[in-house]
Ligand binder design. Structure first.
Ligand code: ATP
Ligand code: MG
Length: 618
């Protein structure tokens, strides 16, 4: 377990295939397979009756289409054997005419029924995949989300859901009908003459094989071309989002040239890919010609030898035309298919990797009676050989309000991360409210902690929804009360739509200080027994901070509170101050006691008050 947590998720992805035995999955996560094909199979199985119905309808649809030449042959047989031209002929042709009519109607009915089922299933299936992937993703650890590709995860999810759909559709609506048409054709031609059937069999074999091979060889070229296109797009997006910089540096011309230079570079891979596509098209045309000419040649020869009649001759020709029509672009379809499958693989390999932090099977979901926090001989490091904590022990009794200070990088945020179980310590034990942290479910743990992070982000939802996030059942009055306590009410009412105003993605429409006050309001509303503030008031001006400090005092009452602040005046009055230095707690005591010590805290305090200790000290 500890060995696994030391690795980046990308490594875990590579291992997941052969390490299925130890594949760790959060109990709440859906049981999604980690292999792309099995992943698709999982969703196929979920809607199996829909897919079986579509498959049957498509089979009927394709069979009707390809059997039409047979009906035509029968009609022609009737016409050519009739002794004279008269309407009574229609009487004699009743059976093949009905067949023709039935096949034509069947083709439409079966085809459209399959289409209707597809139309119904499509959005549901996409949602199913998205839902499952999202639920799986939720259980990933903080470490997972802080890796590079985290930003692209949402895109991955939608691409994977589309990929699953497109892969299934390609099989059902592209490849399956072609398979049916080729086999029915070969059967029909066999009834005419085995030579014809043999010829089409051989042709089909090579046609499919070569189409597949060409698609496979085209893949890297297509891939290069599409990454060249997306790189250009990235440069364009970057350029557009920096337009104002370009304007103020008078660099419009430079930017246009920059883009032109990129266009030059993009051309080569795209031309190579297009060239290859053109070659594929040549192959399609030539093989279509081979089929037509071959069928014509063989059926003429057979007719000449008296082995088949005119009806069979006509049937063979129409069958060949139908095959050409249906099997057109088979290479292209293979190529698309590979791409869809590639998208699914990408998504599955990125998202369906083992979960790092999983609730123990016997973890309990209890409400804590008190907010005591205890570290016993805790050692922790983010990366090997770079320990942050080595054998750290500390006890914070319930109801104590503790300030954490120390130089940047000394481990304050890490301390909090361990309390929140964002990471698991490599050794030692952490107790929260008397429970071993690993014996609590993560939900239980997080319900008991109110956190105001250094840089809080908000949902792109209304202000009231953002605050109510702390307590979903809170009434409007309670929300407003919390906002007042956080000194957010006044600025909220000046927003265009008051509490209903949207805050922009991640809260961009608010200033840093306003965002922080919303975050404070939402935690006040949550009213959890443990309160953690990581530089919670750092973005506020001193006046606002002072007034919020009062509300925070109220919020901290009867709670275990941990407050990180660089501005020491905000924590000086707390019950206890812990001074961190390179992962160790070097000083521990009240403000007064620590000043007496004349150690690190004393120095920090001296610096911040301009070298002068406050007058009331002494
Ligand atoms: N996600 C991470 N991965 C690897 N190392 C990390 C990570 N987060 C922090 N560190 C390292 O751990 C050490 C402690 O960092 P931490 O964030 O706990 O410091 P801090 O005391 O909160 O600093 P600040 O006052 O600047 O917020 C630092 O050396 C830092 O570089
Ligand atoms: Mg920090």
């Amino acid at each position: 377990m500890t060995a696994i947590t030391q690795q980046a998720p990308a490594l875990l992805a590579a291992e997941s295939v052969d390490a299925n035995a130890t594949f760790q999955r959060a109990p709440a996560a859906p049981n999604l397979p980690a292999k792309p094909t099995k992943f698709i199979g999982y969703f196929l199985a979920q809607n199996r009756w829909w897919y079986i119905s579509i498959l049957l309808l498509e089979t009927a649809h394709a069979s009707c289409g390809i059997a039409v030449p047979y009906a035509i042959a029968e009609i022609i047989r009737g016409v050519t054997t009739a002794s004279e031209q008269s309407l009574s002929l229609i009487e004699n042709l009743k059976a093949p005419l009905w067949l023709f009519l039935g096949l034509s109607i069947g083709e439409v009915l079966f085809g459209r029924s399959a289409g209707t089922l597809q139309m119904w299933l499509q959005p549901v299936q996409r949602q199913d995949v998205t839902r499952a992937l999202y639920a799986y993703l939720q259980c990933h650890s903080f470490r997972y989300f802080s890796s590079d590709y985290a930003g692209a995860l949402a895109h991955r999810i939608s691409e994977t859901s589309m990929g699953v759909l497109q892969t299934i559709w390609a099989i059902l609506f592209d490849f399956w009908p072609i398979a049916i048409i080729l086999s029915v054709s070969i059967g029909l031609l066999y009834t005419a003459h085995p030579t014809l059937a043999l010829f089409v069999s051989i042709w089909s074999f090579f046609f499919i094989l070569i189409s597949y091979q060409m698609a496979k060889r085209c893949r890297p070229y297509a891939h290069k071309a599409s990454s060249a296109r997306s790189e250009t797009n990235g440069i364009l997006v970057d350029s557009v989002s920096n337009l104002s910089t370009a304007r103020f540096f008078a660099r419009f011309g430079f930017e246009r040239q920059y883009l032109n230079a990129r266009f030059e570079k993009e051309l080569k891979p795209i031309r190579v890919a297009n060239n290859y596509s053109e070659r594929v098209r040549w192959f399609q045309f030539v093989s279509a010609a081979v089929l037509k000419v071959g069928i014509l040649y063989f059926s003429l020869t057979l007719w000449g030898q008296g082995k088949i009649g005119v009806p069979e001759f006509v049937m063979a020709l129409s069958v060949s035309l139908l095959i050409i029509n249906e099997a057109r672009n088979l290479s292209r379809r293979f190529l698309d298919f590979f791409e869809y499958l590639g998208n699914v693989s990408n998504g599955v390999n990125t998202i369906i990797v083992p979960h790092e932090l999983v609730d123990a099977s016997d973890a309990v979901d209890v409400k804590l009676n008190h907010g005591e926090i205890e570290f016993r001989n805790v050692s922790f490091s983010y990366a090997k050989d770079k320990p942050v904590f080595d054998n750290l022990s500390i006890k914070i009794p319930a109801g104590q309000r503790v300030g954490l200070v120390g130089y940047s990088g000394s481990g304050k945020t890490t301390f909090i991360n361990l309390i929140l179980r964002t990471y698991d310590a490599q050794s030692g034990e952490i107790f929260i409210g008397g429970h071993h942290i690993r014996q609590l479910t993560q939900d239980a743990l997080h319900t008991q902690i109110g956190l105001i992070p250094q840089d809080p982000t908000l949902f792109h939802r209304s202000l009231i929804e953002n605050i109510r996030y702390g307590h979903l059942q809170a009434s409007d009055d309670e929300v407003i009360e919390a906002a007042r306590k956080a000194h957010a009410h006044d600025f909220i009412t000046t927003q265009g739509e008051g509490y209903q105003s949207l805050v922009g993605e991640r809260g961009v429409k608010l200033s840093g200080g306003q965002r922080q006050r919303i975050a404070i309001a939402r935690v006040i509303l949550k009213n959890a027994p443990i309160l953690i503030l990581d530089e919670a008031t750092s973005s506020l001006d001193s006046i606002t901070e002072e007034s919020i400090q009062v509300s925070l005092e109220t919020a901290m009452q009867d709670k275990t509170a941990i407050v990180i602040a660089h501005r020491l005046s905000t924590i000086a009055h707390l019950d206890r101050i812990l001074v961190f230095d390179a992962g160790r707690i070097v000083e521990d005591g009240t403000h007064e006691a620590l000043l007496q010590l004349k150690g690190t805290y004393y120095q920090l305090w001296g610096r911040q008050t301009g070298g002068f200790l406050p007058e009331n000290y002494e």
